[in-house]
Write a protein that binds this ligand. Structure first.
Ligand SMILES: *[C@@H]1O[C@H](CO)[C@@H](O)[C@H](O)[C@H]1NC(C)=O
Ligand SMILES: *[C@@H]1O[C@H](CO)[C@@H](O)[C@H](O)[C@H]1NC(C)=O
Ligand SMILES: *[C@@H]1O[C@H](CO)[C@@H](O)[C@H](O)[C@H]1NC(C)=O
Ligand SMILES: *[C@@H]1O[C@H](CO)[C@@H](O)[C@H](O)[C@H]1NC(C)=O
Ligand SMILES: *[C@@H]1O[C@H](CO)[C@@H](O)[C@H](O)[C@H]1NC(C)=O
Length: 266
């Protein structure tokens, strides 16, 4: 009785309250979907976290090797976008190491904590890449093979179990910076002094191997032979031009007259 009177007197208020309740309930339901999605995304990323990266770093620091950060994504993230390292979330980070650090694979391979994958050249003559996996996080160490005026990173010969695009090892690439152009501060690795320039070079870093079979064939067929001093007459100015144009960030290409692809492998 009392309730009916109450309803009659306040029916608009009660209907209004009912409406607000349904509205709030409905809105909650709508927003529940994305929040569930967020949770799954977070739990997927939870294992790909700075904790795992730091765990591997801590281990590597004991081995006393110099890590050079060459990963274009992380360089862009840290130094172009200036985002904090502790928030970085990517499955793989690539560092360059020189071949005098290769001995670490003996220690790494016997370490049960990590799953280590090693990529060797086809004739087993060299070790080219080391992949260290810990809790879904990968640290990729690309071996920098020192040549006369650059470092060569060879393509990988292994297939990783996870689907990932490599920034190095996808094809042969060169790094033209000298190690002196890498610096280090509080971070546990060295990084290029001029990141912007390094990223510009990265986009042009693919290395085309000279075809020695073809070169030798042409040399024998046409009796073209050049001694070292003749070759240097061409190579040294070209090396300087290459150096200057790269410094100025100019795109350029060879148009002809070099006999490249005909008979010379420098
Ligand atoms: C490192 O590379 C240099 C130049 O290619 C080579 O002479 C040297 O034997 C290599 N060292 C190791 C440990 O592989
Ligand atoms: C390279 O080494 C691996 C393992 O050490 C071996 O299975 C393979 O047959 C070797 N390949 C060549 C071309 O020597
Ligand atoms: C790898 O790169 C290709 C081509 O850019 C792209 O289609 C593909 O989604 C990438 N895969 C991953 C796992 O990022
Ligand atoms: C190198 O040249 C030889 C002879 O012309 C050719 O048969 C071979 O396919 C070439 N190799 C590559 C990788 O282009
Ligand atoms: C290289 O060849 C040129 C031309 O044939 C000759 O003048 C020069 O003495 C040679 N140099 C060496 C180091 O053999």
């Amino acid at each position: 009785m009392g309730f009916i009177r109450l309803f009659k007197h306040h029916k608009f208020l009660i209907l209004f309250c009912g409406f607000i309740y349904s509205f709030v309930w409905f809105t909650n339901k709508i927003f529940e979907q994305p929040s569930k999605f967020d949770k799954t995304v977070t739990s997927y990323h939870a294992s790909i976290s700075i904790k795992n990266i730091n765990f591997i770093f801590e281990y590597l620091s004991k081995l006393q090797i110099n890590l050079l950060l060459i990963d274009p994504f992380l360089l862009d993230y840290l130094f172009i976008h200036r985002l904090p390292f502790r928030k970085f979330q990517k499955r793989i980070i690539t560092f360059g190491i020189t071949n005098d650090s290769i001995h670490i694979i003996n220690v790494l391979s016997s370490e049960k904590k990590f799953s280590v994958t090693i990529s060797r050249s086809f004739n087993n003559a060299s070790i080219d890449h080391i992949f260290i996996e810990y809790n879904q996080q990968l640290i990729h160490l690309a071996i920098l093979h020192e040549k006369k005026s650059y470092f060569l990173i060879r393509p990988t010969t292994v297939h990783l179990s996870i689907d990932i695009n490599l920034s190095y090892g996808d094809t042969a690439r060169v790094i033209e910076l000298t190690e002196k152009e890498f610096i280090k501060d509080q971070l546990p690795f060295y990084y290029p002094n001029n990141v912007f320039h390094f990223l510009w070079l990265y986009k042009r870093s693919e290395f085309l191997e000279c075809n020695r079979t073809l070169a030798n064939k042409m040399k024998n067929q046409f009796h073209i032979y050049q001694n070292r001093s003749q070759i240097n007459l061409v190579i040294l100015p070209m090396r300087n031009i290459n150096y200057i144009l790269n410094k100025l960030e100019k795109n350029y290409w060879l148009a002809g007259g070099t006999l490249l692809g005909n008979n010379l492998c420098f």
